[in-house]
Design a binder for this molecule. Structure first.
Ligand SMILES: [Ca+2]
Length: 385
């Protein structure tokens, strides 16, 4: 159990050096085998579908037209960056062309109020509330088989940034009702994103609601809001006119979150400007589970086809070379802990990943709905295979 969670901790905020080397090797290999189309590696225009939104609109959701776009991340230009902070993650390259059909998407991350309604209706018990079974963790001491979640527990002094164990802890009794541990509560926080949810907890909610989790491609198309290749969901500048556009981390990481953006820690949903599609918090505040399995080399494989990839659903299985035995799904959007000192993944094209069984207090989700066939009126961008 303990070893498992130490592994998990390492997965949450992890060095990308090994991944980067592997991806770089994969890219060199794929480039030798086939020459990708010219659109690979550079951003081409986003071409939105033209059909109007089907109706009626599901409550709390916005219509995402779908279309063709360039997916992935590039280093931003003209910014002060270093190897840790402002570089886009290597697993989010190369940039490649993707097409997605239109869909409905939650305007905000799923809130505590919404998740409570689901639990009241179904009696669902989240993964963090279940006592781990000894047979699932052979050899683990009984005292370590306790229900809980991984919680950001910052030190009170500056620490080296090469050891994330110094600011993450497995906390007994932490779960969506008690995000920081037994003494914490969501009372008065009904409008905050639900956190400490595992992947299955997100899927269970979505299924109950008649929704599903977005694919990674759907999520990125939606987050980009029709913009082409901008580093942030709102555009090119991190702080246009000096304004903070997302709930991220200011102050010295990890020991000082000074809340210069208005919010130390997690914020209620929809406190910052929405993107061009009307979505709130697609950067910062809480990471979001998406449906795809994680592999660092997945984009390289898609790009090597040299074609527009239609409605990709991710690789068939998970593989993270840094933790080969851990099943991981992709997470997107970054959180209130993202900072240019350590993790710049409030940048739109970048990717996160996590053990499907582990919730953390900076991880939530939002859902999508595919329109019924008789609701959909077509209108493809028409530039695909
Ligand atoms: Ca903040």
């Amino acid at each position: 159990m303990k070893a498992r969670h130490i592994l998990t901790l390492a997965a949450i905020v992890t060095s990308i050096a090994v991944v980067g080397l592997l991806v770089a090797a994969a890219l060199r290999s794929s480039n030798r085998q086939s020459r990708p189309a010219a659109s690979v590696g550079v951003f081409g225009p986003t071409v939105e579908n033209t059909a109007s939104a089907p109706s009626p609109a599901p409550e709390g959701m916005v219509w995402i037209r779908g279309g063709e776009f360039s997916m992935g991340a590039a280093d931003p230009t003209g910014t002060d960056r270093n190897d840790v902070g402002m570089r886009a993650t290597d697993d989010s390259r190369p940039i490649h062309r993707v097409y997605v059909d239109g869909f409905w998407m939650d305007r905000t991350e799923v809130t505590n109020r919404q998740y409570a309604a689901f639990v009241r209706a179904t009696g669902y018990v989240t993964v963090a509330e279940r006592t781990p079974r000894a047979e699932d963790f052979p050899g683990a001491p009984p005292e370590n088989l306790v229900a809980g979640a991984v919680v950001f527990s910052p030190p009170h002094h500056p620490v080296s940034l090469d050891d994330s164990y110094q600011w993450w802890s497995y906390v007994k009794g932490a779960n969506w009702r008690h995000p920081l541990g037994p003494a914490s509560s969501i009372e008065g926080k009904e409008n905050y994103p639900v956190v400490d949810v595992a992947y299955d907890d997100a899927v269970a909610y979505a299924t109950w609601a008649g929704h599903r989790l977005p694919t990674e491609a759907e999520w990125e198309f939606a987050a980009r809001g029709g913009l082409t290749g901008e580093p942030y969901v709102w555009g090119r500048e991190l702080r246009p006119n000096g304004r903070w556009m997302a709930n991220t981390h200011q102050g010295h990481f990890p020991n000082e979150d000074d809340g210069a953006d208005g919010f130390p820690g997690l914020a209620p949903v929809a406190q910052f400007p929405r993107n061009h599609y009307g979505l709130y918090d697609v950067a910062g505040n809480a990471w979001e589970w998406v449906n795809d399995w994680y592999r660092p080399d997945h984009y390289a494989g898609l790009a090597a086809t040299g074609r527009v990839v239609r409605n990709p659903r991710g690789p068939a299985s998970s593989f993270d070379p840094s933790e080969p035995g851990v099943q991981k799904r992709v997470q997107r959007g970054g959180s209130f802990l993202c900072t240019d000192q350590y993790c710049s993944r409030y940048m739109v094209g970048t990717r996160g990943k996590g053990d499907v069984n582990t919730g953390t207090n900076h991880l939530g989700f939002r859902t999508v709905v595919t329109p019924a066939p008789n609701q959909h009126s077509g209108g493809s961008a028409g530039q695909n295979e």
